[in-house]
Design a protein around this ligand. Structure first.
Ligand SMILES: [Cu+2]
Length: 136
């Protein structure tokens, strides 16, 4: 666990500096009638995301228009989806496979934050950020 947090932190620093990053953020999403667990996902711009999808009851679907994702979520089956959130913002995701009367309200939120805002505030950090290559 500690190692993961450290890895993400280093990835954030590297992303902020404009370097290629070889770290993936893994997120599990469980679907059931009629919501997603968790209903809100926060990821960092530029850090690749790997989604692990499954359903507890019937076949659902994960639809995220912004990142061209439309993936069936089947009961008892694990499906993996990779994408890179390359634009910060708040995006809705919703169920794309009719799953019953509550289907239309089955939604969630994907929040893509800027790498800098994901970093803890530390003394001297702003000066360090200022000296990073991204500030030409
Ligand atoms: Cu559904």
């Amino acid at each position: 666990m500690k190692k993961t947090i450290c890895g993400i932190f280093i990835a954030l620093l590297m992303t902020a500096a404009g370097w290629a990053v070889d770290v993936t953020r893994e997120v599990s999403i469980i679907a059931r009638q009629f919501n997603f667990l968790p209903g809100k996902i926060e990821v960092v711009k530029g850090v690749p995301v790997r989604l692990y999808l499954t359903s507890l009851d019937v076949t659902h679907g994960l639809y995220i228009d912004k990142f061209k994702i439309n993936q069936k979520m089947e009961k008892g089956k694990l499906t993996v989806v990779d994408f890179i959130p390359d634009e910060a913002g708040e995006y809705e995701f919703k169920c794309s496979n009719f799953c019953g009367l509550g289907h239309g309200g089955m939604k969630g939120e994907l929040v893509v934050i800027e790498p800098m805002s994901a970093m803890p505030k530390m003394p001297g950090m702003e000066e360090m950020q200022h000296n990073m290559p991204m500030h030409h």
